[in-house]
Design a protein. Structure first.
Length: 137
């Protein structure tokens, strides 16, 4: 009787552990880092295109960001290698006059991309872009 009681106790403990493990909280999956993030919009009164658009893509070399900034008329498209760790992203705009040397650091979420673009001159711009279709789509 004692032996079957010990086996029953061990079985109950194992079931209890399995049940607790199946209900334990797991870390959420990271947010999908790729996609289009934009604030580009047309200002009817002024006839200007304003805002920023960033497209994050995965390449053989890692992640890259295609960036377009518009302060009245759209800039050229700037390409930057991006570093992504979990939901944090950073990239530097090289050869992107007048934004050359600008360093973006931010957070990617399921709804958008927020962060700061810091310039070598010491200036900075807050960036808040919604995830979705490109302005150009």
């Amino acid at each position: 009787m004692r032996r079957s009681g010990t086996i029953w106790l061990m079985a109950a403990a194992a079931i209890s552990l399995l049940h607790a493990d199946s209900h334990s909280e797991t870390a959420p999956l990271p947010v999908k880092p790729t996609g289009t993030f934009t604030s580009l919009h047309y200002h009817q009164e002024a006839g200007d295109l304003l805002g920023t658009e960033v497209r994050i893509v995965r390449t053989a070399r890692g992640y890259q960001a295609a960036v377009q900034i518009s302060e009245g008329s759209p800039s050229s498209l700037y390409l930057a290698d991006a570093t992504i760790r979990e939901n944090q992203i950073s990239f530097t705009l090289e050869d992107a006059e007048p934004y050359s040397g600008g360093i973006f650091t931010g957070i990617i979420s399921s709804t958008g991309l927020t962060g700061t673009l810091r310039f070598p001159s010491g200036g900075k711009d807050a960036i808040d872009l919604k995830r979705g279709k490109s302005y150009w789509d």
